[in-house]
Design a protein around this ligand. Structure first.
Ligand SMILES: [Zn+2]
Length: 306
């Protein structure tokens, strides 16, 4: 199977024959202006331009298209904890792994509990935990490793996926940053873990903020905003929150995550902001908010090649 990057000018008809929903998804942007794009290799997978030059790195984000799960889980649900038939989830994993080029039986998952703990994968023994053997990796929202050929994966349906790649020390990390993880600053925890464990320097770390809920879709109330106010300066707050009155606010989680990364020393040019919202594109991506909780899970994946 020939691998190709989606280009709206030349490949649109080919892709649209496969799935007409993708048309609306891709239309508003020219390829030049995007930070992410759709790579099509049997199934569509979202990739980030910021990682295109690193040939030893596999990275991507799933869509909900071209899988085998049914009803509200249709169709590429990657989570075993959403009530799906495990055989369907496994088949979906095979498809994503085939599209990106990793061995799905070596995947490492954690459960995700909206906290900031980072699990360090130090041994081959962790390979397959969560997919082909029981996982004892509990209470973690981030995974990090410098081991090659072990794909790491975190799950999403509106929360923010954060990708980390130290191009010098060859370390990969993924962190699940919903509003709680953002307020508690899992990004900073990941960067400290990379510094302490692998001697990473922030200037070498390339970050992508993956598809997740956008500012326009993310209305929150005082419970969330009170904590945002506590953790961000007035100037930062003014950049990420629109106050609508009557106790309602629009929160820019992407902007908040970007501030977290910058405050930990990541260079602005090394952060790719997302240009795909899960909630705006709920026919392509799973959105907790758009589906009122009736949804499967998308996944972020990274792997170092030997
Ligand atoms: Zn949106």
């Amino acid at each position: 199977m020939q691998r190709k990057r989606f280009d709206i000018k030349t490949d649109a008809r080919f892709l649209l024959r496969k799935n007409e929903h993708l048309q609306k998804f891709i239309e508003p942007y020219s390829f030049e202006k995007r930070t992410s794009y759709i790579d099509y290799n049997d199934i569509p997978v979202i990739k980030y331009k910021i990682y295109d030059d690193y040939e030893n790195l596999i990275t991507g984000f799933s869509t909900r298209l071209c899988g085998v799960s049914k009803a509200h889980l249709a169709s590429l649900n990657l989570s075993f904890s959403r009530g799906d038939d495990p055989a369907n989830v496994t088949e979906n994993h095979k498809r994503l792994a085939n599209a990106l080029g990793y061995d799905y039986t070596k995947l490492v998952f954690s459960d995700q509990v909206h906290d900031t703990q980072i699990y360090i994968i130090k041994s081959e023994e962790d390979a397959g935990k969560g997919i082909v053997k029981a996982s004892d990796i509990k209470q973690y929202d981030g995974l990090v490793t410098n081991l090659p050929n072990i794909p790491i994966m975190t799950f999403y349906a509106d929360c923010v996926p954060l990708y980390f790649y130290d191009r010098e020390k060859k370390v990969i990390g993924l962190a699940h940053s919903g509003w709680k993880g953002t307020v508690k600053n899992i990004a900073s925890n990941m960067i400290s873990t990379m510094k302490d464990t692998y001697d990473s320097e922030p200037k070498d770390i390339i970050c992508a903020i993956g598809p997740s809920i956008c500012r326009k879709c993310y209305e929150v109330d005082d419970v969330v905003i009170d904590q945002i106010k506590e953790k961000y300066t007035e100037e930062e707050y003014s950049k990420i929150v629109d106050e609508k009155g009557n106790g309602k606010y629009q929160l820019d989680l992407h902007g908040a995550c970007r501030i977290n990364l910058l405050n930990s020393g990541i260079l602005p040019e090394n952060i790719a902001l997302p240009d795909m919202c899960t909630c705006c594109n709920a026919n392509i991506l799973y959105s907790h908010r758009a589906s009122k909780g009736m949804r499967g899970n998308l996944a972020a994946v990274m792997m170092l090649k030997e």
